[in-house]
Design a protein around this ligand. Sequence first.
Ligand code: ADP
Ligand code: MG
Length: 247
Amino acid sequence: MLKINNLSKKYDDLLVLDNINLEIADSEFICLLGPSGCGKTTLLRIVAGLEEATTGRITLNNQSITGPNTCIGMVFQDYALFPWRNILDNAIFGLEMKGVDKETARNKARKYLRLLGLERFEKSHPHELSGGMKQRVAILRALLIKPEVLLMDEPFGALDAQTRNQLQIELLKIWNKDKKTVLFVTHSVDEAAYLADRVIILSKRPGRIKETIEINLPRPRDRTSMEVNKIRSRVLKTLGAEQEAQA
Ligand SMILES: Nc1ncnc2c1ncn2[C@@H]1O[C@H](COP(=O)(O)OP(=O)(O)O)[C@@H](O)[C@H]1O
Ligand SMILES: [Mg+2]
């Protein structure tokens, strides 16, 4: 269980997050939406232990999160791969940090690269790959350390619609196998309605939890179904109101 209690964050005088309370069950898939600048990335960075909260507390299975640790994996929008490392060595970066020796780590990574259809590219460098392929490697790198929680910050935001849909399907497949807790930030209402068990909408800055929408629909979901459409319109309505309030 990941628990966020009375969490607030200030940068000097700027209040970015205001009293966030959230309990996320093991293996729950949460999508987090909210206007630009409302503190989504900040929240993820605090959960990852990369940033300190001003007040409040975050616990994972009753243990406080006080710094970066291998229970938590993170995937960013811009892939954050090392340009000088080939795909295989990018994938094993987290394992190396954990002290796993290179050959063991490489063999583990190769298994997954095969699953993702990337085995032919293990010696390629990031600039030789498409955005979708790079993001597959970044997801693989985060998952190889076997985190309990996977944090994803607009991971598919830079991809074209087709690739994005494909990666959503692949992500759900992986998630179905390992059932990690996922906290996924997105601007896409479609993506949230397709992926989430629960959608959390933040207000404009300072980010407060504005609305929570449970989605009890089986997967894989039909993106064009009436039920999914209903979820979309609920999310759009709340988001629209926040966007207007900001304008
Ligand atoms: N290191 C920082 N120092 C000062 N202000 C910051 C810092 N990081 C983020 N901010 C500010 O906090 C607010 C929220 O940023 P962010 O979490 O990136 O929003 P979002 O991801 O929802 O778009 C923004 O106004 C941003 O300028
Ligand atoms: Mg952000």
